[in-house]
Write a protein of this length. Structure first.
Lengths: 313, 280
């Protein structure tokens, strides 16, 4: 009895390191260890900054001197520059979403049909612009849309019998530059989204429509389009959110500042106030407003798709 | 739609419209390539032009960049290092998390997954000021760590790996357990190799995002010798245009390696970039 007890304790003592390994390796603990990097990263790089940002928006943040100033950052937000940034961003979002949804739908339907030759080549070349960074692509666009008569865009304008344009110095052409740069880069990726969705349209439906005597246009509107609804909602949502996040398309054309703020965006305004002017509290308040806008859009999207169905598309 | 009764005019219009659209897609890239052989002063004066004297084309911009543009190669090295670090770390951690969410039933797994989807919808830009402050207080400003750290667990990659790992054969896990393998051994030796296609797609997505990333490095990198390529090239976009040689030839050399990779790994590029469509 006595001896067996002591051997037991000996065994337990020997087993202690193994026991630790056992716990570490048990199926109950392992998943949490695997997930822990995500939890840590979420707390440090998302949750904490989000809370900190909200607190900061009620503060005046100067080096070594942080003061609670209530709502005055929010009161300051409603100024002409903010409205300019908000309206620029909104116009940009409306234009890019329209262009980056309607054109890819039409092109993907054409590309999916049997009568386009060399589809692989088309697909690859449409995808190519997404590989270039906004800075490199924007630099090329800047040189193509130069002010002189010798730049490509103005050569084409002159050839069409129109006056040369100082592209980076008018409100309308400034917006046009940002929209065309973004559309050029993302067109191919969006076409691929729609192409993937088109693979899922059952072919029998087209046959059934043929039997009912439906024409090409009717088939597009009554068979194809309803099947594209989920992917369309997805593409519209990410285009809206990416539109509200826009910064680089503006930076590459005007760097720090555009004439009359024709290129100022919401994120550009955060950057200008928070980083360049070092007015972090005010920048954080703009950030909170932007977060609310994006939050409302996301909620609307969730209602339209049914919650968290993103993976099925 | 069906093949039997194609209207020849329609076939023509469809093919022609694609030729035009591909031309539009490739036109700026071809122009960039062509312009890099033009004298930089002339490029600066005239912009990218449809009409130019072909006899002007030369290799001067490239000669200059390879012999005298030391800064450019520093930026290139920084970009390579930051992209490599981001790929290795984010693939390691994100695959681990995505895999665990897919193969284990554990308390809170649904909560974690919903959290991943939630973070996917929170744009980085609204967190950038507090993150910047965090980096200042951690004394990480102007380091690689500051650029890479917030990206090491990428929610988009976690999501992608989870979807992929859902399709892995779980019988292999039980067989390995009977053979005495630990859960970590199962992941690293058996399951991770099976996830190679998803790893390739995410390596490309993370690598490309990091290679082209702009706003965050612009905020946390301060000195010229720490700049990445997009930041460095953007500093050359001055109205005076005295650096257009480096700018134009340097731009070509940032995208050519990617285009070459794209030609060889097209499939992974497409599955990587269409998972999120989230800009970096």
């Amino acid at each position: 009895m006595e001896t067996s007890k002591s051997t037991n304790t000996n065994l337990a003592a020997e087993k202690r390191p193994n026991k630790f390994l056992e716990i570490i390796n048990s199926k109950k603990v392992v998943p949490y260890i695997f997930v822990s990097p995500f939890v840590l990263s979420f707390i440090i790089f998302t949750f904490y900054p989000a809370i900190r940002g909200i607190i900061m928006s009620f503060q005046s943040v100067l080096p070594g001197q942080v003061e609670f100033i209530g709502l005055s950052n929010y009161e300051r937000i409603f100024n002409p520059t903010f409205y300019k940034a908000l309206s620029n961003t909104t116009i940009y979002v409306i234009l890019t979403v329209t262009i980056l949804t309607i054109i890819p739908i039409i092109l993907s339907v054409l590309l999916d049909s049997k009568f386009v030759k060399g589809r692989t080549f088309f697909r690859a070349s449409l995808f190519m612009p997404a590989l270039a960074s906004t800075i490199v692509a924007g630099m090329v666009f800047r040189l193509m849309f130069g002010e002189t008569d010798t730049a490509v865009a103005n050569q084409i304008m002159n050839w069409l019998g129109m006056e040369s344009v100082e592209w980076r110095y008018n409100a309308w052409s400034g917006m046009f530059l940002m929209v065309i740069l973004c559309s050029w880069r993302w067109m191919g990726v969006n076409i691929l989204y729609f192409l993937a969705a088109l693979q899922n349209v059952p072919k029998e439906l087209y046959e059934a429509a043929d039997i009912d005597g439906a024409g090409r246009v009717q088939k597009f509107f009554y068979v194809t389009l309803p099947f594209l609804k989920p992917v369309t909602i997805f593409v519209v949502t990410i285009s809206i959110i990416n539109g509200f996040r826009m910064f680089e398309e503006s930076f590459v054309f005007w760097e720090a500042g555009s004439p009359g703020n024709i290129g100022l965006t919401m994120v550009g305004y955060i950057y200008q106030q928070g980083i360049q002017q070092n007015d972090m509290g005010f920048g954080a308040a703009i950030g909170v407003v932007l977060m609310l806008i994006i939050f409302v859009i996301s909620i609307i999207q969730l209602f339209l798709t049914g919650a968290f169905k993103r993976g099925d598309e | 739609m069906d093949t039997n009764k194609n209207n020849p005019a329609l076939v023509w219009i469809a093919n022609l419209s694609f030729v035009i659209i591909c031309f539009i897609a490739l036109f700026p890239i071809l122009n960039l390539l062509l312009s890099s052989f033009r004298p930089s002063s002339e490029l600066m004066r005239n912009g990218i032009s449809l009409t130019f004297d072909p006899s002007m084309l030369n290799l001067d911009n490239y000669t200059y960049i390879f012999t005298q543009a030391g800064d450019y190669w520093t930026w290139y090295g920084n970009s390579l290092a930051i992209s490599a670090l981001t790929i290795v770390l984010s693939l390691f951690f994100s695959s681990m998390v995505g895999y665990a969410l897919a193969v284990y039933d554990f308390k809170g797994s649904n909560f974690f997954f919903v959290l991943v989807l939630f973070i996917l919808m929170v744009p980085f830009e609204i967190l950038m000021l507090p993150l910047y402050q965090l980096m200042i207080s951690m004394q990480l400003i102007n380091t690689y760590t500051a650029v890479v750290l917030p990206a090491i667990v990428a929610p988009i990659a976690v999501f992608f790996f989870r979807q992929f790992a859902l399709g892995l054969p779980k019988e292999l896990m039980d067989a390995a357990r009977i053979d005495g393998s630990t859960e970590y051994g199962i992941f690293f030796k058996i399951m991770l190799p099976l996830m190679t296609p998803s790893l390739a797609a995410m390596a490309i997505l993370q690598g490309l995002n990091s290679w082209n990333n702009f706003l965050w490095p612009l905020i946390v990198l301060r000195s010229n010798d720490m700049f990445t390529l997009p930041i460095g090239l953007a500093t050359l976009l001055t109205p005076y245009g005295n650096n257009y040689d480096v700018l134009i030839a340097g731009s070509v050399m940032t995208i050519v390696p990617i285009i070459i990779l794209f030609i060889f790994f097209q499939r992974y590029f497409i599955s990587g970039l269409t998972v999120g469509g989230v800009k970096g």
